[in-house]
Design a protein around this ligand. Sequence first.
Ligand SMILES: [Zn+2]
Length: 378
Amino acid sequence: MQHKQVSLLQCPYCLKSFSVAEVWQKAGQDIRFGSLYCLCDEFPVIEGILYLFKPTHRLLLDLLRARKFTEATLLCISQKRLLRSNMPWMKFGGMKLMSWLLDPSFLKRIGQRDVIRLLSYLMPKHLLEYYFTRGKWKDSFLIGVPLAILLEREKKQKVTSKSLYWLDIGSGIVNYFAEIQAARKNIQIISLDAGFSNLFLSQIFYPGQDVVRICGDAHFIQLVRPQTIDVVSVIDTLQCLSAPVPFLTELLDPLWLKKDAQVFVSGLPEHLYLDRDWGIFPTPRSIIQQYFSLRGGKKVEPIFLNNEVLSAAFCEGTVEVKKVILTTKQRTFRYSFWWSQTQRLPKQLSSMFFSQAQRENATLSWETSQRKWTNRAY
Ligand SMILES: [Zn+2]
């Protein structure tokens, strides 16, 4: 995290802008280990990632003050205290070994396959594999939808160098930030994920350019200064949140979100009834419809899209928007939605900014349900 990027952010708990409190270790211009303060608290920066979860942030700050950087990183990745430095095996060289294993340049050198093997001791292996193979899933490319809309709009305008701010919520590891930034100059990405390891590994293997990475809770989403964000993408994430409606309320707060911003939410498959530790259950479209119908102020309805058809068409290269719009009667979990107060959806979208090889590599879609979700509402 760079010093100049700090002024872009605010504390999502007190809504006061952040300032740099401490810098314990730098990497060039980036704060590698440090802390930021606001009106209510102080939060650690670990491996360049701002960490906002309470109360762990206090423990992490203590570790950073004692210069125990590896222990702080390890705690963020594993969320377990088994690996703390007062454990016997840690005293006998364990922490030194960990400091070597968790070094970003070492992880980059050994490659993804060995990283999965190595980190599966610290976190569930199936999750790591899922995150690392996102590029094989058609729906992962939907992060390009807001960009495709933006590029269509800018085709008609001549000036396209304006800086844009893009908030990606639930970024995972593979997220195409570099491709987005190559297709449209001057996009500052702010990447939020609840999983520190996702941000940490994404930074190593899919860094993008000057991406701001924040580990925090999506229910406290106003972590960028008001009236700044132009694009919000929420890919395969909404169904993982414990409170989708409060999340939307905070996200679409007109005091915070720019009037001409666009919001794209995707990936809510009804087949994904997996084990409890994934914590994923379907979010029916009616929840979103009801939220927008009860919302105060000027009514602007979201446009619901067929997630499967959209993903497939987007991977092929072109989307005829008319063909992917859902009617109000179709009741399904498999939807995406796009919302903007002032913009309109173009008739056609192109995903050619992703390479053909990348798009052809995406062959998977959610078809393998392992468990049936039962609820009277469905
Ligand atoms: Zn605060």
